[in-house]
Design a binder for this molecule. Structure first.
Ligand SMILES: *[C@@H]1O[C@H](CO)[C@@H](O)[C@H](O)[C@H]1NC(C)=O
Ligand SMILES: *[C@@H]1O[C@H](CO)[C@@H](O)[C@H](O)[C@H]1NC(C)=O
Length: 352
């Protein structure tokens, strides 16, 4: 009898404790939320957290089971930071879809959509007086892909490099060489490369170059999936920024093998583009891309609309490269003299 009573008492105790924890958690969350709403928004003040913050945050991430709690707490923390530094995007309402541009013409034909899109990606919108290929040194071979950044003094990157406050994120799937990353690091930038294929969770390769075994996705893993099946090495860029305590990326380089469309859409919808100074992106046109559906003309209209969203956020294209070494295919057909692969570079002209 006694043991049964004792067990019952224990159970009540545990339940109470659990309820208390939950209440405390909710309380913290709501307080942070209230604080965020109540705080006035001062001007944009750059704030560069040091490497300690980044290291601490990595240690903060304990086990898969605690992922949900970690996310919530890091979100609350970053909301506090947003209040202090006055990031504009924190006030923008959540968006669920991008704005589709009107059709190129009333026929909705693939020809017209492709003509408009290809014209867009092959004409730069702003000139750059100091284009750098593959980073900040002249260590460059013609056989390499031309990842271009702009060091024109009219844009912030040149100044950020001079004051050693430059941060580069590189998203890839391990197929590229590391020349861009190594050069940017030796030029004084803090470089984070995200690649799901590396052998350990974090590798510190050079003084300012880190590799992380993470792949960037356009959505968070579904918490309903059993933790052991959860692909916890997959995160949204916004989540990674929060986890690392970073709020700006001077250069985002990405070669996502056809996942670029949904990732770009996610960055636009979640207001992450505002945190990016220059975007260097490889795009793939031989098929619609992961989770992009519709007939051919709708697909091209969607691609175009994504780039118009960038333009709307004052991103200007300063470099376009047509890769003639890849199949010359556009949506599975050899048409429009197009390549299946282009590398494009934009600069965020709000960052000057
Ligand atoms: C493609 O689909 C859209 C609607 O989803 C339609 O308006 C358009 O006419 C279609 N285009 C072609 C060429 O069939
Ligand atoms: C096709 O593209 C190549 C490379 O961009 C260019 O040199 C050539 O003039 C183009 N051909 C036509 C017919 O436009």
């Amino acid at each position: 009898m006694l043991w049964r009573e004792r067990r019952l008492r224990w159970r009540t105790c545990t339940l109470r404790l659990l309820a208390l924890c939950l209440a405390a958690l909710l309380c913290t969350h709501f307080t942070a939320e209230l604080k965020r709403r109540a705080l006035p928004q001062p001007g944009l003040t750059p704030k560069v957290p040091g490497a300690e913050v980044y290291n601490r945050r990595l240690e903060d991430v304990p086990s898969k089971r605690q992922v949900i709690y970690v996310r919530r707490s890091s979100k609350a923390a970053s909301n506090g930071r947003q209040g202090e530094s006055g990031r504009r995007d924190s006030l923008q309402p959540a968006r669920w879809h991008i704005d589709l541009q009107p059709w190129a013409d009333s026929s909705h034909s693939l020809e017209e959509e492709a003509r408009r899109f290809l014209h867009y990606i092959t004409n730069s919108q702003i000139s750059c007086s100091r284009l750098m290929t593959n980073g900040l040194t002249d260590n460059y071979l013609d056989s390499m892909k031309p990842w271009k950044v702009c060091l024109d003094n009219k844009f912030s990157l040149a100044h950020q490099i001079r004051s050693k406050q430059c941060r580069v994120y590189s998203l890839g799937l391990g197929e590229d060489d590391n020349v861009f990353e190594l050069n940017m690091a030796s030029g004084g930038c803090e470089v984070h490369r995200f690649d799901p294929g590396i052998p350990s969770a974090h590798i510190h390769e050079a003084e300012r170059l880190w590799h992380h075994r993470l792949s960037v996705d356009w959505r968070d893993p579904n918490p309903a999936i059993a933790p052991h099946r959860l692909h916890s090495n997959t995160k949204k860029l916004k989540t990674i920024l929060n986890d690392f305590g970073h709020w700006k990326i001077d250069v985002l380089k990405a070669d996502m093998e056809s996942a670029e469309w949904k990732i770009l859409e996610n960055l636009i919808l979640e207001g992450v583009m505002e945190q990016i100074g220059q975007l260097v992106l490889e795009i793939h046109l031989h098929w619609p891309g992961f989770e992009v559906s519709g007939n051919d003309s709708s697909v091209v209209r969607y691609w175009y609309s994504l780039f118009k969203e960038l333009e709307h956020k004052d991103f200007k294209l300063f470099y376009s490269f047509k890769d003639l070494s890849k199949p010359q295919m556009f949506l599975k057909k050899e048409v429009f003299n197009a390549s299946s692969c282009y590398i494009l570079s934009w600069v965020n002209t709000r960052w000057t």
